[in-house]
Design a protein around this ligand. Sequence first.
Ligand code: UT7
Length: 327
Amino acid sequence: MMKSVFIGCGAYLPQRKVSNDELAAKVDTSDDWIVARTGISSRHIAADGEMTSDLAHAAAVTALSSAGMAASELDLIVLATATPDQTFPATATKVQARLGVPGIPAFDVQAVCSGFIYALAVADNFIKAAQARNVLVIGAETFSRILDWEDRTTCVLFGDGAGAVVLRAEDEVAGTGRRSDSRGIMSTHLHADGRHHDMLYVDGGPSSTGTAGVIQMRGKEVFRHAVSNLAAVVTEALEANDLAPGDINWLVPHQANQRIIDHTARKLKMPREKVVLTVAEHGNTSAASVPLALNAAVSDGRIKQGDVILMEAMGGGFTWGSVLARW
Ligand code: UT7
């Protein structure tokens, strides 16, 4: 049986950083409100003409470099995004062209904020099925393009960015079981409940309005569902691996709201020091949020080889899920 081992990660944030005060000069909001209700202090916003594929490509290049792998060694690219450059082709194919690796499969996964978790699960299954050995998995978004900048209930929440990882197929050490010390993805769990598709959505699209549309969200209801779905999915991951909360070294959560993250951490009885937090500086970057957080903690040395990490996310659809792995 093959196992998917993380061998590198990278990230890219657009240069322009927008503070809460800058937003408060444009809409009826305040730094105090945004920080108290969300934990967000600033977010990065893509420059005019800077597209999701540009962010994704930059993150991919740093991930490949940290993995010490040439793009030519890849045999699959999976890119999670809800803000593709165009309706089609898949943004993954544009990244592929810029990396100069024609011929290998490259496609997008759309699960909004859970996109990176979904993309990791897809990549892991390709590896387990021996259909790929070296996989580039990217989460990249330009949510600034689908915000109503006059709607204070949404425009203060989101940001742009990209993160990426490189997975390599390695032989599972025989007979070590679920408590194995060997590195790699230990489990993935995915869920969706389309009955709630109208709680968090974009009011446009090619087959409805023919326009890109902007985000609409019933924040309180989304919050309530996020808290309960994420508590359920972290419990599911622990039980499936016969692990206790104390076995997890790092929680790497989706960065939508500090209060949601605190709730999940309490459920796991994890102190704040073991939770990777980037929501203050990045805001909610949707599919990019988990790999951006992961990259932050790997590059500053907090996450070390052998650490057990629990990644989780929840987003529009609703979709939600987890990936448990030994780094
Ligand atoms: O990544 C996908 C998942 N997304 C999420 O997880 C988001 C989940 N939801 C949330 O994070 C929170 O519900 C929000 C941050 C969106 C909102 O926080 P809340 O504590 O649920 O606030 P609320 O919507 O109940 O609004 C409270 C008040 C309202 O005023 P009234 O009706 O009490 O007078 C809002 O109009 O705050 C007002 N408000 C604001 N005030 C200042 C809403 N947005 C703002 C704002 N600045 N930006």
